[in-house]
Design a protein. Structure first.
Length: 256
């Protein structure tokens, strides 16, 4: 093979390689789905519960649940599609936690509701348009709950506090501790569950449940309202009345 032939052969090889590289550079890049939203429910003492929801940018979701009780564990995994409409997350299935296929973001919690009760997960990552009105990040001893009528004739209606109203509640709770020193432990010893509603006259009230902190289940109070018949100074309830800027029905361990 003469020099010219060798040159032509080398040129064709280089040309072929360069065309191959250009072809690879124009291959479409496949985007990887990323976490768009994540929420977690982790509580329990005798029975441990762990629910984790992960929503991805391609609208798919994975919901993992675990229940552990005296050596027996139950694991379930649910997958499907979710979408946002107004202020609500809609899921393609309703069998994940027994509380329906819709959830609303409220005060740092994702709340699934079936109309009579709710199941809640704490938001740990959020890149969606859904935002909380009140952030409890700086108030770890507080939890806000939606009011659910206990009887058919209950004419109270649910209400969501504004940030300013939440601060008013906190100030009034401080007054309770000042006035009820003989009946209470210190403020930092309690968790506070707030349930705001409007009474039949349309007036804003907030039921406050306070319980001593549970070292074995420190986060349980965030997910469900606590019911306790006794407990002494570890079981305190009262109602804040916005109209009078005061509180009524103060009770310790069920004794008025």
């Amino acid at each position: 093979m003469d020099c010219i032939s060798k040159f032509k052969l080398g040129f064709l090889i280089v040309l072929g390689l360069s065309m191959g590289c250009k072809h690879e550079a124009h291959e479409p890049v496949r985007s990887q789905k990323k976490v768009w939203f994540k929420a977690l429910h982790q509580s329990g003492d005798l029975v441990e519960y762990r629910h984790e929801l992960t929503l991805y940018t391609d609208s798919t979701f994975v919901y993992d649940s675990k229940e552990k009780d005296h050596g027996h564990s139950k694991y379930e995994k649910f997958e499907g599609i979710a979408f946002i409409q107004n202020d609500t997350l809609h899921f393609s299935r309703n069998d994940m936690n027994g509380a329906g296929s819709k959830a609303v973001l409220k005060n740092g919690m994702l709340e699934f509701a079936d109309g009579t009760d709710s199941f809640r997960l704490e938001v740990v990552e959020n890149h969606t348009p859904l935002k909380s009105v009140i952030s409890l990040h700086n108030h770890p001893d507080y939890a806000l709950f939606t009011y659910y009528p206990s009887k058919k004739r209950d004419r109270n209606t649910p209400y969501d506090l504004s940030p300013a109203e939440f601060e008013t509640v906190r100030e009034l709770i401080h007054c309770v501790f000042e006035e009820q020193k003989a009946n209470l432990k210190f403020d930092q010893d309690y968790i506070k569950q707030l349930i705001p509603y409007r009474n039949k006259k349309g007036e804003l009230e907030v039921r406050v449940n306070m319980f001593c902190k549970d070292k074995l289940d420190p986060n349980g109070f965030k997910y469900r309202t606590i019911l306790m018949n006794d407990g002494g100074k570890c079981n305190v309830t009262f109602v804040i009345i916005f109209k009078s800027n005061y509180y009524v029905d103060f009770s310790v361990a069920g004794e008025a």
